[in-house]
Design a protein around this ligand. Sequence first.
Ligand code: ASP
Ligand code: MG
Length: 331
Amino acid sequence: MKPVVKIGGSLLRSAGDFLRAAEYLLKLPEPPVAVVSAMKGVTDMLLELERTRSYLMYEEVLHKHLAVARLLGVEDRVAPLLKELEAALRLPRAGWTPDYFASFGERLSAAILHAVLRRLGAEAELFVAPILTNSNFGNADPLRLEHKDKIAAPGVAAVVTGFIGRDADGRFTTVGRGGSDYTATYIGREIGARKVSLVTDAPGVMTADPREVEDAAVLPLLSLHEAVEAAKAGAKNFHPRTFLPVLEAGNMAVEVRSYHSRGTLIANIYPPPPYKIVTKCGQGSCVVGLSAYELTKLGGTPLGRYSVRLDIPPRQAHEFLVKPYIRYINT
Ligand code: ASP
Ligand code: MG
């Protein structure tokens, strides 16, 4: 079965980055379904553009993509989209317009990556927003994957826009910020994939945010149920619904990794490994990966079967609850 590989926006900042992503995809043992995020920072820019309709902001988006596309010799692929975006500046604001503006981020980056793959001689097909969703703009629910057979067809890479879908009227929708991981797991479930790789600039899921806790470590393994709770607790900025399609799929594994790291494998493992994750929750922290015994012993506010909210800062929670287990990770 075709693997699903999501390329995060943090890995798409320059023309060289697109080449690097294409190379990574071409080296896989099988042509994948590549789910593509918008270039780093672009979704924020587009949403601001929707609010301000600032022509300067438009030019910033234009130059960012044109510069990359020119270097890669694929300008003809971005020009029509940039024209369409310019025309969108004249649209009156409405409930659907933020998602419409945001859709350009993934449509542009997927078009570039698709063109680069083709230029490198790969057989690749582009699918723009093949997920049918409801019309809950800004946080839409996927209802169905269109062109499923074509996307799943072996031997050809399928390049798919992450994050966005379309409603029954054909209007672009988005599944919520950071949602390209979620669209990747959703597509994985729909095509019966065995593995979904979420490729980012981080080495994997970590015991804490390394910007906050300097001795945070990468988890080699995470149970699916813990991952569901970790996403809800805000770990790694996962979209809260990222792992729900994995639960529904039954035997699909997820890997969170960088190009080079071994990453974190998330699968239906029972009992869960003894690792824990600490996230910042308001003034305190959320700790995920606790046993039932630890949960009763620690107090705090229970959040789920494996997690609790505590009134101590993440650094402290990490020091006392996670560090004792880190030695298992490095052995
Ligand atoms: N581009 C979207 C965002 O920035 C989705 C994603 O990258 O996951 O929210
Ligand atoms: Mg993301």
